[in-house]
Each structure stands twice: as structure tokens, then as C-alpha cells.
Ligand binder design. Structure first.
Ligand code: NAG
Ligand code: NAG
Ligand code: NAG
Ligand code: NAG
Ligand code: NAG
Length: 223
């Protein structure tokens, strides 16, 4: 090795280790340990609201993309729910979302089901599970870490390429603190909870969050 290439290699190594330490620290230890347990370690990011953390990996097939996801967030109390979903529509919004919701009941039992989020849900109608959400979901699991009130859900989804663009996937997340049996009750309508959506590129984790959308939400909240 010539003496002139050595510093270049060393500085490259220093850069790489800096890069990896930043990449690793973007999710909490609690989240990372759960993600490792289920082998979803390829990508993770802290989401923009609710302190939620999201990890995923994907396999592209000819007609579909198989996505494995894990979502984690802290609950305010011992009871609560965590939702994550995708919206095949044009915009990243709650209405039209096919969701996976994990609930930790007051008696500490846990359940995870699929739900259709509709305009009726938004109006406050009862939200109950739907076996068919027009999407293949498997391996759904919910776990709770009582020492830090941290709830985690993970699952595998098969997204048909014609309906979902994996480089422009509308996803939605939500955290609530009250449920009645299988019915998650409306989350607090704080702005944070209303705005928990983005369009993500699964290949990079980058999100397209445009200011226009944000303004629209602000207006809707005031109505
Ligand atoms: C973990 O997942 C990757 C794909 O992301 C796979 O290649 C690997 O075999 C898996 N490892 C285990 C132990 O399941
Ligand atoms: C993919 O879709 C094409 C038509 O769009 C179909 O002919 C083919 O059988 C499908 N492949 C798989 C593996 O489902
Ligand atoms: C949920 O949505 C799917 C797809 O649009 C539909 O087939 C199904 O009937 C819906 N389920 C309920 C309970 O409304
Ligand atoms: C998915 O989105 C990307 C980026 O906007 C676009 O280039 C691509 O054509 C889209 N693919 C499909 C199948 O719509
Ligand atoms: C816990 O509460 C849920 C919801 O009220 C109920 O469905 C479930 O049977 C209860 N589990 C136990 C073990 O009591």
C-alpha cells in the first residue's frame, strides 16, 4: 500500500463509521431489538409524528411487492392501540387506508386485526375488523414491552404492483390510548394525530411531505 492512499482509505473508513452510527441511531434500542428479533433490519426510520418508529424490507416480484413491516411507539398508559396502513388512493390520507391495528386491552390481553378505514370512520362511526381488506396480510404479531410501555406490531403484506407503487407508497400510522374490545376508539384529534401520513419510497426511506398537504390539514382541523 502506498503511503498516499493510506490517508484516503482511513478517511473513507472514518466517514463510513460515522454514516453507520447515524443510520443506527435513527431508531431506539427498544425498536431495534424487536426489529432484530423478527429480522426486519434492512431499513428503519423515526416517523415525523407520535414518536413512532417504522422498519421494513421488501422483495420485488413480477406482479407484487412483498413488504415486511414493523411499527413501534410508546403508549401513554398500559392500554392502547397502534395502527399502520397503506392507502391505494392518490393521497396519503386516513380515509381509504387498509390498516393493521394492534390493541392492548385493559386486562393486558392483545389482539391484532385488519380494518378498512372509511369516511364513516372519520365521522366517528364504529370501526370493526374486516377479514377482507383487499390485501394479503400474514404473520401479524403484536408485542408489548411493559417496562417502557412500548407497543410493537409487525406483519407481511403483499402489494399488487398495479395498485401500490413501492417507490411512492402512501402510508398512515396512528396511536390511540383507548379501545373497547376490538374497536379502537378515536385517537385524540391533536394536529399530530391528524397529520400522521406520508408518501414513502421504500427503496430509500425518503418521504414526500408537501407543504400544500399540511395547510389542507390545518384547514380541515379548524372546520
Ligand atoms: C432475514 O431476512 C433476510 C431478507 O431481508 C433474509 O435474506 C435472511 O435469510 C433472513 N434471516 C433469517 C435468519 O431469517
Ligand atoms: C403476472 O401477471 C401476468 C399478467 O399481468 C400473468 O400472466 C402472470 O401469470 C402473473 N404472474 C404471476 C407469478 O402471478
Ligand atoms: C373492506 O374493503 C374491501 C375492499 O374494498 C371490501 O371488499 C370489504 O367488503 C370491506 N369490508 C367491510 C367490512 O366493509
Ligand atoms: C412509481 O412511481 C415512480 C416515481 O414517481 C414512477 O416513476 C413510476 O412510473 C411509478 N410506477 C408505476 C407502476 O406507476
Ligand atoms: C380481556 O378483555 C377483552 C376485551 O374486553 C376480552 O375480549 C378478553 O376476553 C379478555 N381476556 C381475558 C383473559 O379476560
Amino acid at each position: 500500500m502506498s503511503s498516499s492512499t493510506k490517508p484516503a482509505i482511513l478517511s473513507t473508513l472514518a466517514f463510513l463509521s460515522l454514516f453507520f452510527s447515524i443510520a443506527e441511531s435513527s431508531c431506539s434500542d427498544a425498536f431495534n431489538s424487536k426489529a432484530k428479533d423478527v429480522n426486519i433490519t434492512k431499513y428503519c426510520k423515526g416517523l415525523t409524528t407520535l414518536g413512532a418508529e417504522f422498519g421494513w424490507d421488501y422483495t420485488k416480484g413480477h406482479n407484487e411487492t412483498t413488504v415486511r413491516i414493523i411499527l413501534g411507539a410508546r403508549l401513554q398508559g398500559e392500554m392502547g392501540w397502534l395502527a399502520w396502513g397503506v392507502n391505494p388512493g392518490k393521497d396519503p390520507q386516513m380515509v381509504g387506508t387498509r390498516a393493521l391495528i394492534g390493541i392492548r386491552q385493559h386486562n393486558a390481553s392483545m389482539v391484532i386485526k385488519t380494518y378498512n378505514i372509511t369516511t364513516l370512520t372519520k365521522l366517528g362511526c364504529q370501526l370493526l375488523p374486516s377479514e377482507n381488506i383487499d390485501l394479503e396480510v400474514s404473520d401479524e404479531k403484536i408485542e408489548y414491552m411493559p417496562d417502557i410501555s412500548y407497543l410493537v406490531i409487525h406483519a407481511t403484506l403483499i402489494l399488487p404492483v398495479g395498485k401500490y407503487n413501492f417507490s411512492k407508497l402512501n402510508h398512515v400510522w396512528q396511536v390511540g390510548n383507548y379501545a373497547e374490545d376490538l374497536e379502537p376508539k378515536r385517537h385524540p384529534t391533536a394536529l399530530q394525530n391528524v397529520d400522521s401520513t406520508e408518501t414513502i419510497d421504500l427503496a430509500t426511506g425518503h418521504a414526500h411531505n408537501c407543504v400544500g398537504h399540511h395547510r389542507q390539514h390545518l384547514r380541515r382541523v379548524r372546520n
